[in-house]
Design a protein around this ligand. Structure first.
Ligand code: ADP
Ligand code: MG
Length: 257
C-alpha cells in the first residue's frame, strides 16, 4: 500500500491540514457570495465541492487560489497565513495548481511551452529539466506526440489533460479544479476524469468543484455542499448521496436522479 493510500484509509482527519479557510466572506458589490466559509483540506484528501450554479463554488476556489481578494476571514496554506495582505501572492499561487472550465492553454504557445511555462518562469527550473519532466508527464497520458503542436490541434479533452499536466508539473501542494469537464463534449469527459482519478490515487490533494456526481461519489473522500455561499452539509460521499440531510442538498441532488 502506498503512503497516500495508507493515509487515506486511516482517515483524513488524522493527516496534516494543507489548505484551510476560516470564516471567509466575499461580496461582489451588494451581493454576498461567500458567507463565512470554513473548510479544511488534509494532505492527500480529495474533496468535491458541489452545489447549484451560482452557489459560490468558483468564487471559493478563486479566493483560495488568491485570484480574488477576500473581504473577511483567514486562509492558510500549510502553516502560512495566505490571507495576510503582506503575503507574496505569486509565490503562493506557484504552490497551487489550478485548472478551470475552459481557456486554460495559451493558444499561441506549443503544448510543451504551455506546460513548462510556470516551471521555467516561476520556479526557475532549467529549460531542459522542465521539458524532460513535462514530456514524461505528457507521455504518460499519451500526448507526447503533440508536444510541439499548438493547442488548437488537440481535442477539448486533450487540452484539459494538458492543462492538468501544466498544473501538476510544478508539484503543487493542492490542486484546485473548477468544473474542468463541464465545457467538454460528453465523450471526452471520461479521459479527463480518468486522469484526475489517477492523480487522486497517487496521493494528490485535490479540491474540485464538479457536476459529475458519479465521479465525486467514486473518487472524493468528502463532499462539501455549497448553497448560496454557505456550506450546508458535508460528509463521506456514500452518506451524502444516499442520505442527504439538508433540504437544500436534497433539492440539489434530486436534479441528478
Ligand atoms: P458557482 O461557481 O457555484 O456557479 P460563482 O462563484 O461563479 O458560483 O458565482 C457565485 C455568485 O457570484 C453568482 O451570483 C455570480 O453571478 C457572482 N459572481 C461571480 N463572480 C463575479 C464577479 N467577478 N463579479 C460579480 N459577480 C460575480
Ligand atoms: Mg462555477
Amino acid at each position: 500500500m502506498s503512503e497516500a493510500e495508507t493515509l487515506r484509509t486511516e482517515g483524513a482527519a488524522t493527516a496534516a491540514p494543507v489548505l484551510r479557510a476560516e470564516e471567509v466572506w466575499k461580496a461582489f458589490g451588494e451581493r454576498e457570495v461567500l458567507r463565512g466559509i470554513s473548510l479544511t483540506l488534509a494532505r492527500h484528501e480529495v474533496v468535491a465541492l458541489i452545489g447549484a450554479s451560482g452557489s459560490g463554488k468558483s468564487t471559493l476556489l478563486r479566493c483560495l487560489g488568491l485570484l480574488e481578494p477576500i473581504d473577511d476571514g483567514r486562509m492558510w496554506l500549510d502553516d502560512r497565513d495566505i490571507s495576510d495582505p503582506r503575503v507574496d501572492a505569486n509565490r503562493v499561487r506557484a504552490r497551487l495548481g489550478a485548472v478551470f472550465q475552459s481557456y486554460n492553454l495559451f493558444p499561441h504557445l506549443s503544448v510543451l511551452d504551455n506546460v513548462t511555462l510556470a516551471s521555467r518562469v516561476v520556479h526557475r527550473m532549467p529549460k531542459r529539466d522542465a521539458e524532460a519532466r513535462a514530456l514524461a508527464l505528457l507521455d504518460r497520458i499519451g500526448l507526447a506526440g503533440f508536444a510541439k503542436a499548438h493547442p488548437d490541434r488537440l481535442s477539448g479533452g486533450q487540452q484539459q489533460r494538458a492543462a492538468i499536466v501544466r498544473a501538476i508539473v510544478t508539484d503543487p501542494e493542492v490542486l484546485l479544479l473548477d468544473e474542468i469537464t463541464s465545457a467538454l463534449d460528453p465523450e471526452l469527459v471520461g479521459e479527463v476524469l480518468d486522469l484526475v482519478r489517477s492523480l487522486a490515487d497517487g496521493g494528490a490533494t485535490i479540491l474540485m468543484a464538479t457536476h459529475e456526481m458519479a465521479f465525486a461519489r467514486d473518487v472524493a473522500d468528502r463532499v462539501v455542499v455549497l448553497d448560496d455561499g454557505v456550506i450546508v452539509e458535508e460528509g463521506a460521499p456514500a452518506r451524502v448521496f444516499a442520505d442527504p440531510r439538508h433540504p437544500r442538498t436534497r433539492a440539489f441532488l434530486a436534479r441528478f436522479t
